[in-house]
Design a protein around this ligand. Structure first.
Ligand SMILES: Cc1cc2nc3c(=O)[nH]c(=O)nc-3n(C[C@H](O)[C@H](O)[C@H](O)COP(=O)(O)OP(=O)(O)OC[C@H]3O[C@@H](n4cnc5c(N)ncnc54)[C@H](O)[C@@H]3O)c2cc1C
Length: 305
């Protein structure tokens, strides 16, 4: 039986054994009855400096029938694997995905894992070539309209440090984190309260996901821009991309919010768009040491922070 144990507050120098002991006290069982456990979440509570603590939630697999939880922080968990529901109509052509940002990447991955062998087209270049083109833009200011900070493999955030915070509370978020970790992101993204992949890892992760899709029978074409969608009798029948006509019954548009030219041509073709609410954030950059000192006081620079 598995239990989620929340609010395990421990000092900065705690280790896994301390965590197990703390969990066993909340579960009301002996530590040796915890067969295994994994950290579900780790966050830092720096509100009472210099008493900074780490706060954990763990999922414990226990073999004791007599759990006597000592707090409201213990809940039984039923860890189910996200199920994929196949459609009920045969696809005559493989599904086409337009755009290889996060949305296109995960649509492609899930379809490929489930045997659909998707075709993915992306107007920009692969992440390796893109990195050189973006560097040249930063150094010389010469903009490549197809491959740039917004367009190309990995999508708009590829040159960020890959923060994975989200305000949505969707059970599929865990699957996304697991796939990112399998593709080379640090393991800690699975439990850190504010996970991030890191700029250098991010490019590798993106390329690994592309290779996985290809290994599973999918195809990824770079430098291939969607020019037109053909619709007959209110159904998609194909697309034109990269100078080629491609038959398709299912097209996923994962083109992000910067492809003004594509939006315009889709609107002109009679495809309707729905406006969506959005938030605007302001980015203010400070040196990391300044932030650490403000947040952690004299403990700034501690290896666990
Ligand atoms: C500088 C920067 C930093 C960011 N940092 C973060 C962060 O740390 N954490 C975070 O969560 N979010 C971050 N974001 C936001 C995040 O990048 C976006 O929310 C995310 O990329 C949206 O994913 P998407 O797949 O919907 O679209 P996009 O990532 O925009 O991907 C769309 C893809 O479609 C392709 N495309 C467009 N038109 C066509 C066409 N006609 N034919 C073929 N391909 C086409 C584009 O080339 C692009 O690769 C950042 C964004 C920017 C710009």
């Amino acid at each position: 039986m598995k239990y989620l144990v929340n609010n395990l507050r421990l000092p900065l120098d705690c280790d896994m054994e301390d965590l197990k002991q703390a969990a066993s006290r909340k579960l009301g069982i002996k530590a040796e009855n915890i067969k295994s456990f994994r950290i579900a979440k780790e966050s830092v509570d720096a509100r009472r400096k210099p008493n900074i603590s780490l706060v954990y939630s763990i999922v414990a697999d226990i073999d004791s029938p007599s759990v006597k939880p000592l707090a409201d922080d213990v809940k039984p968990v039923n860890e189910t694997v996200e199920q994929f529901t196949p459609g009920n109509q045969k696809l005559n052509k493989r599904p086409v995905i337009v755009g290889f940002g996060p949305a296109g990447m995960f649509a492609g991955l899930i379809l490929a894992v489930n045997g659909y062998r998707p075709l993915i087209i992306e107007r920009g270049q692969s992440v390796g070539k893109r990195t050189g083109i973006v560097k040249s833009y930063w150094e010389n200011g010469k903009l490549d309209y197809e491959t740039n900070v917004q367009f190309g493999e990995g999508g708009a955030g590829t040159f960020s440090d890959g923060k994975l915070t989200t305000r949505i509370n969707d059970r599929r978020c865990d699957r996304v984190l697991e796939e990112l970790e399998k593709a080379g992101a640090p393991e800690e993204i699975l439990y850190k309260a504010r996970p991030h992949i890191g700029s250098d890892n991010l490019k590798l992760v993106v390329a690994n996901i592309r290779n996985k899709i290809i290994d599973l029978g999918g195809e990824v074409r770079f430098n291939t821009r969607l020019e037109r969608i053909t619709i007959r009798n209110s159904r998609v029948t194909g697309i034109s991309a990269g100078g080629e006509d491609i038959e398709a019954g299912v097209v996923i548009l994962a083109i992000g919010h910067s492809a003004r030219d594509t939006f315009k041509s889709l609107l002109n073709a009679g495809i309707s768009f729905i406006q969506k609410p959005f938030s605007i954030g302001v980015r203010i950059e400070h040196p990391q040491e300044l932030i650490n000192r403000a947040q952690y006081g004299s403990l700034a620079g501690h290896p666990r922070l």
